[in-house]
Design a protein around this ligand. Structure first.
Ligand code: RTP
Ligand code: MG
Length: 139
């Protein structure tokens, strides 16, 4: 079923700030169906592996530190055109550049602590979903 799933994480800042319910409400109200979900915390090794593509970037250490400092909500979402539509819903990486009404505009703190992750391709959605969930956890 390529093309209709994406993977998301509500990042530690969003969970700490008590935005979990509001963000999930906006996601489901926007037509995404939750097909897998859990509260979990990544280890340093998990985060380094998940963000391997960014390992040469100057913010890598900060990103791993941030993503491991507390629990996240990991979820797989289903909707037609899921990857692209979800990235539209969350808005630009930097909340200052994110469109009005987007999740990052409303709930992100900074470019680093930006409340939510969204997969950037169908291929990565599959890889990232499998990183966090076993087959029997996906409905
Ligand atoms: P994400 O992967 O979390 O959905 O975000 P994205 O595609 O919009 O951004 P990406 O370029 O993939 O960067 C991944 C995450 O790294 C942190 N970041 N910090 N300090 C900085 O300049 C900086 N740039 C990126 C953010 O948490 C970003 O979401
Ligand atoms: Mg990305």
């Amino acid at each position: 079923m390529a093309g209709n799933k994406t993977f998301t994480m509500l990042k530690p800042d969003a969970v700490e700030n008590g935005y979990t319910g509001a963000i999930l409400e906006q996601i489901t109200a926007s037509g995404f169906r939750i097909v897998a979900m859990k509260l979990t915390q990544m280890t340093k090794a998990d985060a380094e592996k998940f963000y391997d593509i960014h390992k040469e970037r100057p913010f890598f250490g900060e990103l791993v530190e941030f993503m491991t400092r507390g629990p996240i909500v990991a979820a797989i979402l289903e909707k037609e055109n899921a990857v692209e539509d979800f990235r539209t819903l969350i808005g630009a990486t930097n909340p200052e550049e994110a469109a009005e009404g987007t999740i990052r505009k409303k709930y992100a703190t900074s470019i680093g602590e930006n409340a939510v992750h969204g997969s950037d391709s169908d291929e990565n959605a599959g890889i990232e979903g499998s990183f966090h969930f076993a087959g029997r956890e996906i409905f």
